[in-house]
Design a protein around this ligand. Sequence first.
Ligand SMILES: [Zn+2]
Ligand SMILES: [Zn+2]
Length: 652
Amino acid sequence: MPKTNGEITTIEHDDKEYKKNSSDIKINNNTSGNYNNDNNNTNKENNSNRNKSAVVTSALPYANGEIHIGHIASTYLPADIFTRFCRLTGRDIYHVCASDDFGTPVLIRAEKENKIPAEYVDLWNKRDYDDFKSFGISFDFFYKTSSKENIEFVQYVFKRLYENGYIYEQDVIQFYCQYDDKYLPDRYVIGKCPNCAAENQYSDLCEKCGKVPDQILDPKCAICNRPPIKKSSKHYFFKLSNFSLQLKEWLNSNTNLQQDIRNYVINWIDDGLEDWDITRDLSWGVPIPMPDAKGKVFYGWFDNHLCYISTLNTYIQKQKESSGIDDGRKFWNDSEIYHFIGKDIVYHHYLFLPAMRMGIDEEYKLPDYIPTRGHLMLQNQKISKSRNWYISLRDFTSAFNPDYLRFYIASIAPYSQTDVNFDWDVFSEKINNELIANIGNFINRALYFVQKTFDSKVPQPSSEYDLEDRNSIAEIEKIADEVGDLIYRNEFDRALKRILKFATHFNQYFQKKQPWSNEATANTTLFIAVNAVRSLAIMLEPFIPISSEKVWSQLGISNNGNSDAGGNSSNTRNDNTNNNSSSNSTDRNNINNSNSNNNNSIHKQQWKSASEIKIPSGHILGRVEPIFRKIQPKDIELQKTKLGRQEQEQQQ
Ligand SMILES: [Zn+2]
Ligand SMILES: [Zn+2]
C-alpha cells in the first residue's frame, strides 16, 4: 500500500493502488494439490453447511465501460454457476451485485461526455445489467453504489467507526489547481511518463507503457492544462493498522479461504499495515458526514464493498411480503457469505473489508468464502480496452450462443489465481468436440431415435437389465453427488469434466447397444438413454442454462404436466416479486424467470433428482431438433481479425 505519511506524494488512487497490489501477488502455478488437501480437510464441516442460506456477491463493475469476457471469467460466471447450483439444491440463496458508480475515472468519463455523473452511471447500470442478463447471469438483485440506501449505510458505518475510535484526521499534501479552484486526484493530473517519456499520461497510469509512474514529470491540470501547486488538505484515515492481529487470527482460522492467498495476505500484514486514507476532495461520491468535511467524499473502496450489504438489505426489504424475511442483518448473519472476486482486488477483500466489519463489532459477519480467480488472457496477451484487445460481452453474444462462452470458460478456469488464456481456436475445438460432438450428439441421438422409432413415446424397458444397462443406471445414480461435490468446492472445471465423462459413457452405451439393429433391447436402451438426457440437462443448468432449457423442452417436461419428471414443490422461491421496484433499482428478474411460475422449469428442479430415473415409459417427448450449431472456421477467422484492429488503423 502506498505510504501516506504526509510526504510530498499525491494521494493514492484507485488504479495506482490496484496495480501495485496486483503486482505483489505471487502466483503459485502448482497449487491444485494444496487446494485439494485443504478442501478435503474441511469437507466434513462444509457438508453440514450445505443447506444453510447463503449470500453470494460478485465484485462490482465500474459504471464506465462495457463488460468484457475477462470480467466474466474471474467473477460473474463462477458466481452464477455456484448460485444456480445452490438454487437447484434447494438452498435459500441470494446473488446480489451493483454498479460501482463513484470514483474519479467515472467522473472524468462523464465530464468528457458532457453528462452529469448521476445520469452517466444510470446508463451504465442499465447497460451492464442487460449484458449480464443476455449472458444468463441470474442476479437476484442488481443495484448501485450511488443508491440512497448505500449512501446512508456507508455514512452509518463511518459514524460507528468514528465512535469506536478507528478514524482520525490528518493533513495531506496534494496537487491543487488554483485556476479551477480544485484539489486534483491522480486522474486529474497529466504529464510525461518517467518510464517511457510518453506525453499526456495520467499520473496514476501510463496508457502507453502500462506502468504506474512513481512521479509524473511536468505535471499539468487535466482540466485547464495549467501547472498545479501542492496544497494541504484535511483527510480522514481508517486505522487499518489496529486490526493486524485480529485480521491474522481470522485469516488463520478461516480454512475455507484459498491457502496461497491466505499466506501472502498474512505476509503483507507481517510487513506492517499502513493506515488508510479514505477521503477524496471531489464532488462525486458518498459525502463524508462531518461538519467540516464539505466538498469531501469517501474513497470508492470505502463505500463500494459496503454495497454488498446495503444491496442485500434493500432486496430483503423489497422481498419481505413474499419471502416472510424482513431482517436483512439477521439473514446476513445466519447465512454463509461468499464474495466472488478476481485476484486484482485481493487486498480490498482480505484486508479492508474484514477490518471495517471488525471495526463495527461485526454487526455484519465476515465472509465465509472469498473465491478468488486469476485473470483471463486473450490470445496470450493481456486484455486491454485501449488497444482494442478485448471482447465485449455484447460482441460475443451477437456472434455466438452465450452458452458457448460459459462452457468454454468454465472448462478452462481452475479454482485458483492462475491466469487462463482465451484462444479462439481452442474455443472452437472445445465447443465442436466436447459440447457438440459429445454432449449434444448424445442428447440429439437419443431423443431423435425415440421421436423417429417410437413416435416420440418413451418405450417400456424390459424387466431384465443386462450388465451394460446396470452399469449405466449406476452411472446415473452416482452422478449428482459426484458433480455436486465438485461444484460445491468451486471446482467447476473438474465438475464439467465429470459431466463430459458421463456423456462419453452414454455415447459408448448407445454405440454398443446399437438400438437401430437390436429390436429386442432397443426399448431398454432408449428408456435409460432418455433418462440420462434428463440427468444431463439438470447438471448442465448451472453451466449452460439457456441450452439446458432447450433440452428440457425437447424432453417434453416443461410444457406438459403429465409427467412426474418435473415438479419441485420444496423449491418455491419466487424470483418475480420485485416488479414494483423503482426505476432506479431496476427490474432485476433474470433469464430464469421466464418460467418462474412453472415448477416444471429446468431452473426449478432438484439437483439430487439428476440421479433418479424419473421419466416414465409412455412419456411423450417435445419436438426434437439440434440444440447447438457447429462453429465454422470462417466464424473464428472473422473474430480474430477484429482484435486490435483499431490500433492498427490508428497507426497507419
Ligand atoms: Zn509510460
Ligand atoms: Zn486547472
